[in-house]
Design a protein around this ligand. Structure first.
Ligand code: ATP
Ligand code: MG
Length: 389
């Protein structure tokens, strides 16, 4: 079919034509915004799940919903932390300034202008200048130099003003597990205080399956201050929509066996559905995708994944880490016992802790339970085996 019309979107954070099976999360976020409008603030939301399940896409959807409701929205990404704690704080300040500038453009009342002064002083203290948001510094607010104190004051000032307009402040934070401990603690503490004082401040965070435990380790009350949602493979019905709906909008369809094959190959994982759907569209000469087309599409789709999705993680592993991953591959996606891995490697378990820790740090594996590790990337075990064969 015509490539220019291909409605599938394999790739990181790319909005799918059909955002299937996530109504629960979208409704939960809508409810949060609606409650805020009624001055009944709720808890923030944390999405956690494997690679490629659609967490970033959902966060982008939340951002759109919040912006539509005229909330102040500030985004931050774990990747921003690569430059170190100072860099990520500066990034936060810049994004706050940008969001503040937008609000001021829309016409802010006296209270909001004063609160924006706290954004200015917060940023000035972090050494961020050059983004003039047209307000005076609110000296002595949010500029103590302690990120925990300053963030709290900033959130308090902004929320006081935003609540008057029945809106609120939303921090959208992707790959949240990659932020440094100091910033995570400050964010949790601001969210905790906001919940207690009924300030309309919400963190909408997303990250790997270990994110909930990273947050709980930082502050034990983290368990209580968020609505945690596990994001995984799509249900059979939702996976079918993700595959069929985009094609049908262009008058194309799948023969039942072709659909079956593609759904099975994808395991319901959003990224794989997009990759196989894309390949099927490119392969099929007619507007009906046949079993023969689907068989070729699975081959091409997998080759595509083997060139991008999987190696982008594999390449980040050192030699010792690759050996560790190869040992894990024998256990499949279900995960491995670290004691068993040591046995297999004929090494002491303690000698493998560094490798294990650095793989977790790189986000390639995580620990689903004490003494076990699993890949964060669905299908990675098979990929590693394919490399070996
Ligand atoms: N609900 C959905 N229905 C159909 N396709 C989806 C859905 N959610 C995401 N996708 C598609 O899946 C792919 C991965 O999405 P996204 O980048 O949001 O995943 P992620 O969970 O953030 O992955 P990572 O952990 O690697 O950052 C994209 O190609 C996107 O278009
Ligand atoms: Mg993502």
């Amino acid at each position: 079919m015509e490539s220019a019309l291909n409605p599938y979107s394999p790739g990181s954070g790319r909005r799918p034509f059909e955002l299937a099976g996530r109504e629960g999360e979208i409704d939960a976020f809508d409810l949060l915004l609606a409650k805020t409008r009624q001055r009944r603030p709720d808890r923030g939301i944390v999405l956690h799940g494997l690679r490629g399940v659609g967490k970033t896409v959902l966060l982008n959807e939340f951002r759109r919903q919040a912006e539509h409701a005229e909330f102040m929205v500030v985004s931050l990404e774990g990747r921003d932390a690569e430059g170190g704690p100072e860099a990520v704080r500066a990034k936060l300040a810049r994004n706050l300034l940008q969001a503040g500038r937008k609000l001021n453009r829309r016409g802010a009342g006296a209270r909001l202008i004063a609160a924006l002064g706290s954004v200015a002083s917060f940023s000035a203290k972090l050494g961020v200048s050059g983004i003039d948001i047209g307000v005076n510094l609110n000296q002595g607010r949010a500029d103590s130099g302690s990120i925990e104190v300053d963030l709290e004051e900033l959130v308090e000032d902004l929320c006081g003003a935003l609540a008057e307009n029945r809106t609120g402040l939303v921090f959208i934070i992707d790959e949240m597990q990659d932020l440094d401990d100091g910033l995570i603690t400050a964010l949790l503490s601001a969210q905790h205080l906001a919940n207690q004082r009924e300030w309309p401040f919400y963190i909408a965070g997303a990250g790997l399956p270990n994110l909930p435990s990273v947050l709980s380790e930082a502050r034990s009350y983290a368990e209580r201050i968020f609505n945690y949602r596990s994001i995984g493979a799509l249900t059979r019905e939702a996976a079918e929509s993700a595959l069929v709906v985009p094609a049908s909008r262009y008058g194309a369809s799948f023969a039942p066996e072709a659909k079956e094959l593609l759904l099975t190959a994808s395991g319901g994982y959003p990224y794989f559905l997009q990759e196989y759907g894309y390949a099927a569209w490119e392969t099929a000469p007619e507007k009906l995708v046949t079993l023969g087309d689907a068989e070729i599409a699975v081959e091409i789709g997998r080759a595509q994944l083997d060139q991008g999705f999987f190696p982008s993680r594999w390449k980040r592993a050192s030699k010792a880490e690759k050996t560790f991953l190869r040992l894990m591959a024998d256990d499949g996606d279900a995960g491995s016992s670290t004691a068993e891995l040591a046995l297999r490697a004929q090494k002491k378990q303690s000698s493998m802790t560094m490798t294990r820790a650095s793989l977790i740090e790189k986000g390639i594996i995580y620990s689903p339970a004490l003494g076990t590790v699993a890949f964060t990337v669905p299908g990675m075990a098979d990929y590693v085996k394919r490399l070996r064969d």
